[in-house]
Design a protein around this ligand. Sequence first.
Ligand SMILES: C[S@@+](CC[C@H](N)C(=O)[O-])C[C@H]1O[C@@H](n2cnc3c(N)ncnc32)[C@H](O)[C@@H]1O
Length: 276
Amino acid sequence: MQDNQIFLFFAKYIEAELGIVYAEHNYFQLQNRLEEIAKLLGIPDIQALYEAAQKGISGPFKQLLLDISTNNETSFFRDEKVFKAIETLIIQSVKEKTFNTLRLHLWSAASSTGQEALTLAIIINELKEKGIIDSSYSIVGTDISERALNKAITAEYSQLEVQRGLPTLLLLKYFKKDDRDRWTASVELTRNLQFKKLNLRDSLVPMQDGYHFILCRNVLIYQGVEGKIDIIKRISACLAPGGFFIMGAGESLLGLSNDFDQVMIEGAVLYRKKAA
Ligand SMILES: C[S@@+](CC[C@H](N)C(=O)[O-])C[C@H]1O[C@@H](n2cnc3c(N)ncnc32)[C@H](O)[C@@H]1O
């Protein structure tokens, strides 16, 4: 069996599961990752891994394949303007009683290792502490990568990770450093946070009254146009009327959905779900 055929087989599997396309010029990367999986599973080489795959891909084999196919790059307050815009919209929507509820529901879809969801928790905690809002809240973080989710659940970060985007005052206020130089988020942040495994390509179960803010950032870039349209349509169904859909700094809904009005705020572009 030619190596190229083996890479094509795994690339097709990953595309079918996640919608992530492995171009041929990235096969060297796929090769390294498949070698890593073979080693972890105690399988001698890629050829033997391919033969094992012919009997079916499931359990730890499947999860390892999904984990190695994803890029989990993230950081606290990634794209500062966007989080400033979210803060402003949270204040506005609470003051104007936009959502007719005292509890805010937020979803970090593709939460990776948790920094995005924790950033939201910090923003809301700060607003509550300053007496600007008095709403309770819940934040759900979902991702396909178990490796990323396990880290999100521990809420434990290295010095380098907390230095990326997290202002020192907030770090010292909300995180505790242990004797291994690891920083763990306080219960104050994590008690309203929940992380779950979810493939955005699978059917999404809408929350009863809908989410008020859904962040779906830096994940749709890996999907083809059809995949993007499909995921956005199903995410849109999970938003409360008037709820906000937030993408990554370089991403846009242009040509992908008519369910939203564009909102320009604090120098960032966000999307608001139109009334039904
Ligand atoms: C680059 S990270 C973005 C993290 C965060 N949203 C941010 O912008 O900083 C992309 C994340 O999307 C996840 N992902 C990729 N495809 C997915 C899918 N089909 N369903 C759920 N999560 C997916 C990856 O595991 C990864 O953690």
